[in-house]
Structure formats: structure tokens, C-alpha cells
Design a binder for this molecule. Sequence first.
Ligand code: TYM
Length: 359
Amino acid sequence: MDNNKEIVLSGIRSTGNLHLGNYFGALRNFVKMQDDYDCRFFIADLHALTTNPDPDELHANVKNIVTEYLAAGIDPEKATIFVQSDVPEISELYLLLNMHVGIGELMRTTSFKDKARKALGLKNDNTADEDDDKIEQQIIGADSNKRVNAGLLTYPTLMAVDILIQKAHKVPVGKDQEQHLELTRRFARRFNSFYHTDLFPEPTNYNFGAAAVKVPGLDGSGKMGKSEGNCLYLIDDEKVLRKKVMRAMTDEGPKEPNSPVSLPVQNLFTLMELTSKPEVVRNFKDAYANCSIRYGDLKKQLAEDILAITLPIRERILELRNDDAYIGRVLREGGERARYYAAQTLREAKEIMGIRKFY
Ligand code: TYM
């Protein structure tokens, strides 16, 4: 919260409990960055609305996420923690920025196509170009009005506004959000050049010099995600987590030395690289290469190493989650601070766009 520090902004949708994808893709970096940057972390409840959640669930999930932020080590003395909907300036700038965003570029966004495909019950295969026509036709078709809502389409505008309204330089997010960041940069450039201003900095993803992370699922799928139903949650207890890991998909094992690694086994190695010591990973990889690997041992080790990270967080979640007074104070103070910055940027943007008072 020091004016000379670079600004960091990131958020997580309030759609459920946080999983290892959120943790390694985002949350872990939030905690690491809070000492060196002016960090602002929020709960994206407006973004969660794009999938029309049950109101009571949405409400409960906002509290879940803030509790999990705090439990994972975000310190409200160092970072600003707030709820997106507590900053109404975001919604106003979202309307203004949408005037400079094309429907076509939004429709071509991978996340929109995935969500539209899902909503329309089409095959979820984003290599299928012929699907694009089908999606377009069905979206325009009268019976799908409810299923693919305009909020889903303009999701990237809202995300860009979250970032731009805070004038953030760095945005720690997982690999799946890189396209949204690319769009954010494009929108910032477009606005700046249209109005001959330098109002918005162009933000970049940040993972301490390493490539963005994509945490895989243990069901052989490419990505751990809530809608994939393959998550290992920070709140999972020991028994549940062990069971999930022991059930992870594998294959029949290598038959010849140095065999190629199948996707489900690669996923286990990827998770292990995130959670285990380098020599442990090396031992299992060597065992794979010389065909002596036992997947049961690998899974047991992986479960131990994951639990070493998640159990202390789980304990703090359980301690914190009934402390409504503390959580409320954190969000009120954080919301005020975030609003202060947002209001300033909104004022500037309106002035630049010609929304000025003469009365
Ligand atoms: P959301 O809620 O889907 O995910 C939150 C964060 O978790 C990361 N993540 C993953 N990273 C690696 N591997 C995975 N399997 C995985 N699953 C989730 C995401 O990359 C993300 O960093 N649009 C954002 C929320 C948002 C936001 C913003 C983020 C709204 N406005 C402004 C940054 C800045 C989202 O849907 O995240």
C-alpha cells in the first residue's frame, strides 16, 4: 500500500472452494508478492454471476473464498482484499469500456466458446472449427437466449476493467487466463490510442519469471477445474484427499526402458513437480524410465506432499471461518481502499471520454 510500489491485481470467482489449480496458478503467488508490491486481491462475485448461481450459494462462496485467502497467508495488513461488487465503479467503467470492444473478438475468445459449447450441450472440443458456426447459429437462435447470456460474452471486458481500473502492472493468474490478459492489453492500447492518453498501463502475467502454471486433473484430463469435477480442494480432509489421489488415473506401466509417458501419468508427475522435492520427482522419473515404477508408491508420496501444503491451510480455514467480525472488517477496509483507487480512475476515464459536467 505504498505508492512507489508496482500495483498487482488478481481475483478468483466465488464459485466454490479453492482447489490446487487456484492455489498453484494464483493464490501461492498472491502470498509471495504481498511483501514487494502494492497488492489488491478480490473475490470476483460479479464474474460468478455469469453462470447464474443460486443466490445463497453465491453469498456463502464469497465468505469461503475470503476465508481461504486469509488462511493461505494473505495478510490484510499488507494487501488490500475486497469483494468486486463492493466497488460499483467497476460496473460503470465496464459499461464505458464495452463501447470499445467488438462482439466478434469476444465471440472468438476460447473461454466463451467453451462455456457456450457447454451451455448448448455441444461437444467440448475446442479444435473443432466447424462448431463455431453451430455455436453462432444456436446463440442467435431464439431458444438459447437464456443459456448463453450477454454477461458470459462480455466477461473479458469486466475482467479487463477489474485490472485497468486499479491501473495494475502485474496480474498473477494461471495459464487459462492468459488470453483474457492479452485482451486486456489490447483494450488498454485501443483506449489509450483512441483518446490519445496513457491512462491505462498494459498489464502482464506474473509467475516469478517462470511460465504460467496449468495444474492438471487426476482423471486424465488436461486441467483441474470445478466444472470438470476433478478437484483436490484446500479444505479436503486427510482421508478425502488421500482417497482422491489414490484413485488417480494411470496406465499399465512402462513395458520398455524410456517409454513415452501417457497423459494421466504425466499429470501425476506435473502435480508432483509442484508439490514434492526435486529429488523425489527425479527418483520416480528414473523409476519410470527403468520400468521399476510402482504407481501406488508414487500416489502415496504425492498425497503426503500435497497434504503437507494443504493441511495447515485447512486448519486455519476451520479456525477463521466463524470469525465474521474479523472477516467483515477486512472486507470493509479493503473495499474502501479499492473504491478509492477505482473512483479516481473512473473520473479520469469519464473526463477523457467527454462525460463532463458543465452544470
Ligand atoms: P477462476 O476463478 O477461474 O480462477 C482463479 C485463478 O485460478 C487459476 N486456475 C488455475 N491455474 C492453473 N491450473 C488450473 N487448473 C487452474 N484453475 C484455475 C486461474 O488461472 C486464475 O488465476 N477470470 C478469472 C477471475 C478474474 C480475474 C480478474 C483474475 C476476474 N477478474 C482480474 C485476474 C484479474 C477467473 O475466472 O478465475
